[in-house]
Design a protein around this ligand. Sequence first.
Ligand SMILES: [Zn+2]
Ligand SMILES: [Zn+2]
Ligand SMILES: [Zn+2]
Length: 125
Amino acid sequence: MDLYIKDKVGFRMPAHDKEKRCVTCKEIYHLHMFRENKTCNVCVRKDKRKKYRSAHPKEIGARAILKIALKSGHLIKQPCEKCGAISNVDGHHPDYEKPLDIIWLCRAHHMQEHSRLKLLSDGNA
Ligand SMILES: [Zn+2]
Ligand SMILES: [Zn+2]
Ligand SMILES: [Zn+2]
């Protein structure tokens, strides 16, 4: 029994056992790049982004327009409306139909706002 356990442990130790090939991109990554699946985190993230894009076309469009407006100087970043922070401020769209109607929020308040909105829409669904 002891021997069996030792063998088991020995078998797990080599570096190559800590690596796995992703079924999607065929790259070999360390196991920490896999979360209980056969696809690496890179591909999982890519896939999530793709799904997000197709699920939220208006949001993506509104963000693209906002980016252009910022670049061209039509819009200027403002401090967070809730706390006045000036770093990591994002434009939040209360209505994606109006891409230039922006509320400026720092990352923390932006996330807070989105979880509030999510709660609201979940409650209505
Ligand atoms: Zn991959
Ligand atoms: Zn804030
Ligand atoms: Zn937002």
